[in-house]
Every structure is written in C-alpha cells, then in structure tokens.
Design a protein around this ligand. Sequence first.
Ligand SMILES: [Zn+2]
Length: 166
Amino acid sequence: MKILISTILLITLISCVNYAEENKYLIIDFENVNPHDSTKIKKSKKEWREILTAQAYNVLIEKGTERAFTGKYWNNNDKGIYYCKGCQLALFNSETKFKSGTGWPSFYDRVKTNVKLVNDNSFGMIRSEVICKRCDGHLGHVFDDGPNPTGLRYCINSAALEFVSE
Ligand SMILES: [Zn+2]
C-alpha cells in the first residue's frame, strides 16, 4: 500500500514538473507586467536560462536564428499582438504582418516605441539587427525589400515572440 501511494505521488510530481517546463512564459502575465512600458530590465544569463525555453534563449540571448518554416508563427494569420518572449513587451501588431514566403514571421512595421534597431556587421554583412527595447533581446533583422507603406521587412524569429489573439 505504501509503495502504491509513493508511486502515485511520484507520478503526480513528475507531471507537474513537465507541465511547468512546457508552460515557461507561455502566458503573458498582464496583471503584473506592463506590455507597453519600455523601461530597461537587466537579467544575468543565468536568470534568463531559468525563465526561457532553450530555443527562446538561443534566439533572444545568443542571437540565434530558427530554421525557416519551423517556427510557431510564420504562417499565423490570426489578429492580435506579438509580445517579447523575454519580457512581454508589445512588439508587433498582426495588422502589419504579411506573407513574405521566407518561412519567418514578417512585418512591415514595428511598435516604434518598443522595438529598437542596431547595426550588425557580423558574418560579413551589413544588416540592421532588431532588438527588444526593454530587455535587449535579439528578435531578428530588418531588410529594405518589404511592401508598402514602409518598404521594410522585419524578419523575426517565432521563438522570440509570444502571440496573443484579440
Ligand atoms: Zn523583451
């Protein structure tokens, strides 16, 4: 009997841990986080590792790029807001999303107060890196072959975003 109870307890415990792992930052915490306040937040790499999934950490902190057509949002056509996976700041609106055929979520405009552009000369290319203004997390790059009205294409990693439909 004792063994049975211990086994049940153990199974319950394991499933709780798995649940927490899968749901890391999947829900935007609007009650405690202002998605429009771009006041800087600083976290150590260790702190980021604790709250981000491995893939989000790779993109936001290590400036990685997810493989095309593998992300969660390249083909998402729902209406809503895309928030930063790191700090939950509002970054892009579905109204400015367009089909680019690249396999990454593409926008022709950004939430200007919350998304910052910086020069990136890595890999022998001159590009503009797109980062979150609040946590400095890497989001992707911007190119000048986008549609009207801006002519820009913000090429963003799904792993850096959390979408909330309207
Ligand atoms: Zn952020």
